[in-house]
Write a protein that binds this ligand. Structure first.
Ligand code: SAM
Length: 290
C-alpha cells in the first residue's frame, strides 16, 4: 500500500461529502439496524480464508470485523474513507491488523490488481462521477476478483403501512428537500439505480443482482427503533421540521405526531407499524485472464 493524500480543496461530493463531514452516528445506527441483512449479503459472497478485501467508503467501519473474520489471519481486510470522523470511528471499530486509510476513492492510494473483493455500500451514489469511481474500484481487482456494490432503497421505503398517501407526500417532500439542499434534480439523485450498467461500463463480467428485504414489525428491537427514530424521523426529517416547506399544514402536523415518542399517535408503537426497505447488492467479476 502506498500513502494517500486528501485535498481539502476538492469540491464536495454529490451529497455534500468532504473530509470534514461527520455523520458517524447515523452510520452506526444504520449498521446496528440492518446488521442481520448485511451479514446475509456478506455471507452470500462466500469469501475464502486468505482473501484480500477492501471496503471502499467504509464509513464507521462496522463491516470490517465481518470481513476480517471471513478471511482469517492469512487474509486482509482494509477500509478506506474520505471523512476524518468516519475514519476515526472505523479505526476504533476495526479489529487488529485491519488498516483504515483516509483517502478519496477517486484518487486511491492502493496498488492496482491487489484485491479479491471490493465491497462498496451506499457510497458510489455520493460521487459526482460514479462511473469513474466504479472504474477505479474495478482496477483494484485481481484477475478473478469481484466488485460488490450495495445500495439501499432502490424501491421506496414503507414507513406508514396504514397511509400510502401520507408516505407518498413525505417521500416527495424528502426529494424536494434534497433538491434544495444539494441543488440536485431527481434524475441525478436516482442515477445510482443503474448499478448493473456501472459494473458493465467498468468492463466487469457476470453481473448479478440480489435484493434483500429489511422488514420490521412492532414491537421493534432497540436497534430498529433507534435507527428509525434518531436517524430518520429526527435526522433526515428533523421531526417533520425539515420537510415543513414541502408539506401542507395537516400533513406536517400529522407527521410531527407520528415522529414524536411522546405523542399517542407515535408510529413506532402502533400495532400496524410495518417497515419495509430494500438493500440491493450488484456483483460482477474481473475475468481470470484479464
Ligand atoms: C452513506 S455512507 C456509507 C458508509 C458505509 N459504506 C455504510 O454502509 O455504512 C458513504 C460513505 O462514503 C464516504 N465517501 C463519500 N465520498 C467518498 C470518496 N470520494 N472517497 C472515499 N469515501 C467517500 C463518506 O465519507 C461515507 O462514509
Amino acid at each position: 500500500m502506498t500513502a494517500g493524500s486528501i485535498s481539502q480543496t476538492q469540491p464536495p461530493g454529490l451529497l455534500g461529502d468532504t473530509p470534514a463531514r461527520d455523520y458517524v452516528r447515523k452510520l452506526q445506527l444504520f449498521h446496528s439496524f440492518a446488521e442481520p441483512e448485511l451479514r446475509r449479503a456478506v455471507a452470500g459472497l462466500e469469501l475464502t480464508p486468505g482473501a484480500r478485501v477492501l471496503d471502499a467508503g467504509c464509513g464507521s467501519g462496522a463491516a470490517l470485523e465481518w470481513f476480517a473474520a471471513a478471511v482469517g489471519a492469512h487474509g486482509l481486510a482494509v477500509g478506506i474513507d474520505l471523512a476524518t470522523a468516519h475514519v476515526a470511528a472505523a479505526r476504533a471499530a476495526a479489529p487488529r491488523g485491519c488498516p483504515v486509510l483516509q483517502a478519496d476513492l477517486l484518487h486511491m492510494p492502493l496498488a492496482p490488481a491487489s484485491f479479491d473483493l471490493v465491497w462498496s455500500v451506499n457510497t458510489v451514489n455520493h460521487l459526482r462521477d460514479p462511473c469513474a469511481g466504479v472504474q477505479r474500484l474495478a482496477a483494484l481487482l485481481r484477475p478473478g476478483g469481484r466488485l460488490a456494490l450495495g445500495q439501499s432503497s432502490l424501491l421506496p421505503d414503507m414507513y406508514f403501512a396504514w397511509d400510502a398517501r401520507l408516505e407518498r407526500v413525505v417521500n416527495e417532500a424528502v426529494r424536494h428537500y434534497y433538491r434544495d439542499r444539494y441543488g440536485l434534480q431527481e434524475r441525478e439523485l436516482t442515477a445510482v439505480r443503474g448499478l448493473a450498467g456501472l459494473l458493465r461500463a467498468a468492463r466487469l463480467r457476470d453481473v448479478a443482482v440480489r435484493t434483500f428485504t429489511i422488514e420490521r414489525l412492532t414491537p421493534l428491537r432497540a436497534a430498529d427503533e433507534a435507527y428509525l427514530l434518531d436517524a430518520i424521523f429526527r435526522g433526515t426529517w428533523g421531526g417533520g421540521e425539515k420537510l415543513r416547506p414541502y408539506l401542507c399544514d395537516d400533513d406536517y402536523e400529522e407527521l410531527g405526531s407520528l415522529c414524536d415518542p411522546g405523542d399517542r399517535r407515535y408510529a413506532l408503537r402502533r400495532a400496524d407499524f410495518h417497515f419495509l426497505q430494500t438493500f440491493t447488492l450488484a456483483v460482477a467479476g474481473r475475468g481470470a485472464g484479464t
